[in-house]
Design a protein around this ligand. Structure first.
Ligand SMILES: [Zn+2]
Length: 155
């Protein structure tokens, strides 16, 4: 498995976002420009709005789920699509839970049974009381047919 590299600046921004949104989940995208510089694009979590509008379909509140604002997501993916740029990772937080890639996370990342973005990493942040405890990174494994934990370095 290849070692993923995430910039300290990007990871610091993800930690800030996770702490700020606590006790709700946060989500966002990491994109790299042509020079390889990583940038975090926050995506609003609209899970609470969805839950309020349609609680039978969206059973869970933003404390234990996230739904990315479609407009924010579109903008982030457009930036990642620009010439020379790339989509590095999606991230979201787990308030008062550990950093693991849940069945719901897998379902969200593979809406059609296959990953929508197989080359993008999935970063999960465990945050308790606004303090980030651990961050884990997951990558799609073709062989396992699942997201598996990936080694990463922060620099
Ligand atoms: Zn999750």
């Amino acid at each position: 498995m290849k070692m993923a590299t995430l910039s300290r600046a990007a990871m610091d921004e993800i930690r800030r976002h996770s702490a700020e949104e606590f006790p709700d989940e946060c989500c966002g995208v990491v994109v790299a420009d042509a020079a390889g510089r990583q940038r975090v694009m926050r995506v609003r979590n609209i899970q609470n709005e969805m839950h309020a509008k349609d609680p039978e379909r969206y059973l869970r509140s933003a404390r234990i789920a996230y739904a990315g604002h479609p407009g924010d997501l579109r903008v982030a993916l457009e930036v990642a699509d620009a010439a020379g740029s790339s989509l590095v990772a999606f991230y979201h937080s787990h308030p008062d839970h550990d950093a693991y890639f849940s069945d719901e996370d897998t379902a969200q990342a593979t809406p059609l049974g296959e990953p929508s973005y197989p080359d993008a990493l999935q970063i999960v942040v465990s945050v308790y009381d606004r303090e980030v405890r651990t961050i884990k990174v997951f990558a799609w494994s073709e062989r396992a047919g699942a997201y598996v934990e990936a080694a990463f370095e922060e620099k």
